[in-house]
Ligand binder design. Structure first.
Ligand code: ADP
Ligand code: ASP
Ligand code: MG
Length: 415
């Protein structure tokens, strides 16, 4: 007998029939003798609908109130799934995040999990109950509801698996694993049987939304064996077969050395670029520009500072598109203080990244990437690299073309 956490995403929970299928699958695992915790997302489209309602009232919704609204989708899901299990004769109980409790910091709309109490859940499991806990939501130290950012149910599931010391976390979704890139963009994308934590972390944080990046951080930090697999298969398929399907996130030392140089391509459509033009090139400028941005809780990604000309330089960085207006507002207020000539922005840029641990031992990845983009006539606006990834910022209208061309250039469709 093992304790296993199942996570089901929005499509998997998308209708009452799908929820009944989830109940059938979960019951199969429970009948096989396992203790099961299930972490569902809101039904597909529901979180968008809720955020849309909020925006009809307030264009830039108040973050605390937004979390109050957005967190409700998951509450409906846990209730429905619990009922679907009760209806087929299983013992089940649902909990909202605050009832567990799942404690977070107070960063509304992107809160971080700080602790998860295991007592109540463990007692239910010991009584033979299937425990269903809302994804995406938590509670802060003052009792306010919080949410973990879009796609946050993945993080809830892996964090719960870590806190409860589960043997495995199974992330059921609408694709049958992690692919070399989003199979919706490149039909030749290939499913990977395993991927290292490190690569998965890069892919997720660079935009592959198959897993929220914080979920991968939890999996790595707490060594939670995590697998991504399909919820759209026959829920009564043999358990052994299901347990070995999909993509296992593995530790690098477990994988053999014959790895491809590049494992995958990630992209993020929703980037924005801001340039502060003509700032004096002297100590403290980067701090005076980015300090207020950080104080406003806006995450900065790529940064470049140009060569100075006659003591003046241009400073460019990227933020996520959703924070572009806010970031421009912050900078308008500090423009004079940093003696900048002007601000220019472009909210129609995207980032494409190639990722692979093989880059450590192979040279020439960057030149092949740049050659491929140049052959397609795609202009590179910014570049950033780490040991295992190269990212470029390009005009959003070339994003899909770039992903397809790079997928082919690096032979990713071939095993
Ligand atoms: P869920 O609702 O189950 O959380 P998501 O929509 O958040 O599902 O994530 C699954 C989607 O991630 C897939 O439908 C696919 O389009 C997308 N995706 C992006 N990159 C990848 C990738 N490398 N491998 C698999 N799926 C990917
Ligand atoms: N329902 C939330 C969202 O749509 C969380 C999740 O699906 O993981 O972002
Ligand atoms: Mg998701």
């Amino acid at each position: 007998m093992a304790l296993i956490v199942h996570k089901y995403g929005g499509t998997s929970m998308g209708s009452t029939d799908r929820i009944k299928n989830v109940a059938t699958r979960v019951a199969k695992w429970h009948d096989a003798g396992h203790q099961i915790i299930v972490v569902p997302s809101a039904m597909s489209g529901e979180t968008n609908r809720l955020i849309g309602l909020a925006k009809q009232i307030m264009e830039q919704p108040d973050p605390r109130e937004l979390d109050m609204i957005a967190s409700t989708g998951e509450q409906v899901s846990v209730g429905l799934l619990s009922m679907a299990l009760l209806a087929i004769g299983k013992k089940a109980v649902s909990y909202a995040g605050w009832q567990v409790p799942i404690k977070t910091d107070s960063a509304y709309t992107k809160a971080r999990i700080e602790s998860i109490d295991d007592q109540r859940v463990k007692a239910d499991l010991a009584e033979g109950k299937i425990v269903i806990i809302t994804g995406f939501q938590g509670i802060d130290a003052d009792g306010n509801l919080t949410t973990l950012g879009r796609g946050g149910s993945d993080t809830s599931a892996v964090a719960i698996a870590a806190a409860m010391k589960a043997e495995e976390c199974l992330i059921y979704t609408d694709v049958d694993g992690v692919y070399t890139t989003d199979p919706r963009v490149v039909s030749e994308a290939r499913r990977l049987k395993t991927i290292t934590f490190e690569e998965m972390l890069e892919l997720a944080s660079l935009g592959s939304k198959v897993l929220q990046s914080r979920s991968v951080e939890f999996a790595g930090n707490y060594r939670v064996p995590t697998r991504v697999l399909s919820s759209l298969t026959d829920p009564l398929m043999p358990l052994e077969e299901e347990a070995n399907s999909g993509t296992l996130i593995s530790f690098e030392e477990d994988t053999h050395m014959e790895q491809a140089v590049i494992s995958g391509i990630a992209f993020n459509r929703d980037e924005a670029k801001i340039t502060v033009l003509g700032v004096p090139d002297k100590p403290g400028v980067a701090y005076h520009i980015l300090g207020p941005i950080a104080d406003a809780n806006i995450e900065v990604d790529m940064i470049i500072q140009n060569q100075s000309v006659e003591g003046k330089t241009d400073f460019t960085f990227t933020v996520s598109r959703g924070e572009y207006v806010k970031a421009m507002g912050v900078l308008e207020a500090v423009k004079e203080e940093v003696s900048a000539i002007t601000l220019v922005g472009d909210a129609k840029v995207s980032k494409v990244s190639v990722v692979g641990v093989g880059m450590r031992s192979h040279v020439g990845v960057a030149s092949q990437m740049f050659r491929t983009l140049s052959e397609e006539g795609i202009n590179i606006l910014m570049i950033s690299t780490s040991e295992i990834k190269i990212s470029v910022l390009i005009d959003e209208k070339y994003m899909e073309l770039a992903v397809r061309a790079l997928h082919k250039a690096f032979d990713l469709e071939k095993a």
